[in-house]
Design a protein around this ligand. Structure first.
Ligand code: NDP
Length: 326
């Protein structure tokens, strides 16, 4: 058995956290030989509800769950944190302008980044799920100058998994036969799910599909609009699938992955994405580190779409810099 890892979850009373915490406690994220200390961060109004979730976690009698602490203080929540899952964010409410949303979240992610910088473990892995996820991660990173930039990431794994699911449906091949899918850019409607490098049972996906209209129209918009379609069908936003993707993201970053995955990470200038921007790339994961897949050929079709999503990120960055959060 490994030594316990402190896992901090913000927005711990929310729907995504509810889909995530029980699986973390069961070992699905860090492996079945790593005990977990859970730190649940909530706003004061949601502390009582977090206590209810903790009661249910207790009742799971999980052998790997060493402790659960609940707090509304970020310094306590991130103390010694090895994995920080930043799920809580201010949702856009009626009449709220984009600038108000950025300002509300800017304050939250400034506070969380500052606390991570001060008290988290030296090798902390940060995953931002709360929207606007890429820019929230950028704000946290900017306020944590002593933590390597590579430790700040945002979730595009759900988009990646959705892309695999669509390709699987289209081809009839099981998800396990699909490889080398990529998601580029922002976790927003401008994201670009890319099948140009993908394979189905080792064959180029584009040859297997052999339907250009599906690729250029249906596939991309279905993945981009999947969250909206789930709200329409279910009456509330995707939660279990987002939770599952967040667990996949940290699992693969920590323990490695056999195939490419997509993660929004701090750009080193690869593929023309400005240095320092948190943008989604295909990556490989090995033993606690990830590497952006190098030297992919990017055709005009992909270039246009990557550039459009990156432009949106550049605008979001400019807005939060203007507001003084980075
Ligand atoms: P959820 O748990 O459903 O969602 C949390 C965040 O994840 C939202 O920002 C949501 O964005 C985002 N998200 C990212 N990807 C997805 C996806 N694919 N599907 C759905 N959501 C996605 O929200 P709840 O309202 O249930 O819970 C939020 C919790 O956070 C509450 O308990 C609240 O008290 C807490 N909170 C904490 C704050 C803090 O720490 N200071 C501040 C505000 C809230 P989107 O809104 O765009 O759907």
């Amino acid at each position: 058995t490994n030594s316990p890892v402190t896992v901090t979850v913000t927005g711990a009373s929310g729907q995504i956290s509810y889909g995530m915490l029980f699986r973390i406690a069961a070992g699905a994220m860090l492996g079945h030989d790593t005990p977990v200390r859970l730190r649940l961060l909530e706003i004061p109004a949601a502390i009582r509800s977090a206590e209810g979730v903790a009661m249910e976690l207790d009742d799971g009698a999980y052998p790997l769950l060493s402790s659960i602490d609940i707090t509304d203080d970020p310094r306590t929540a991130f103390d010694g944190s090895g994995v920080a899952l930043l799920v809580g964010a201010r949702p856009r409410t009626k009449g709220m302008e984009r600038a108000d949303l950025l300002a509300a979240n800017g304050a939250i992610f400034t506070e969380h980044g500052t606390a991570i910088n001060a008290v988290a473990a030296a090798d902390v892995k940060v995953l931002v799920v709360g929207n606007p996820a890429n820019t929230n991660a950028f704000i946290a990173m900017s306020n944590a100058p002593d933590v390597p930039r590579s430790r700040f990431t945002a979730l595009t794994r759900l988009d990646h998994n959705r892309a695999i699911a669509q390709l699987s449906r289209k081809t009839g091949a099981p998800a396990a036969d699909i490889a080398k899918v990529a998601v580029w850019g922002n976790h927003s409607a401008t994201q670009y799910p890319d099948l140009f490098h993908a394979t189905v049972a080792g064959r180029p996906a584009l040859d297997v599909v052999n339907d250009e209209a599906w690729l250029t129209d249906d596939f991309i918009s279905t993945v981009q609009q999947r969250g909206t379609a789930i709200i329409a069908a279910r009456g509330s936003s995707s939660a279990a699938s987002a939770a599952s993707a967040a667990i996949d993201h940290i699992h693969d970053w920590t323990l490695g992955a056999p195939d490419w995955v997509s993660m929004a990470v701090c750009s080193d200038g690869s593929y023309g994405v400005p240095d320092g921007l948190i943008s989604s790339f295909p990556v490989t994961c090995e033993a606690g580190d990830y590497t952006i897949v190098p030297d992919l050929e990017i055709g005009d079709f992909s270039r246009t779409r990557i550039d459009a999503s990156v432009r949106e990120l550049v605008d979001e960055r400019a807005a939060v810099v203007e507001l003084g959060f980075a």
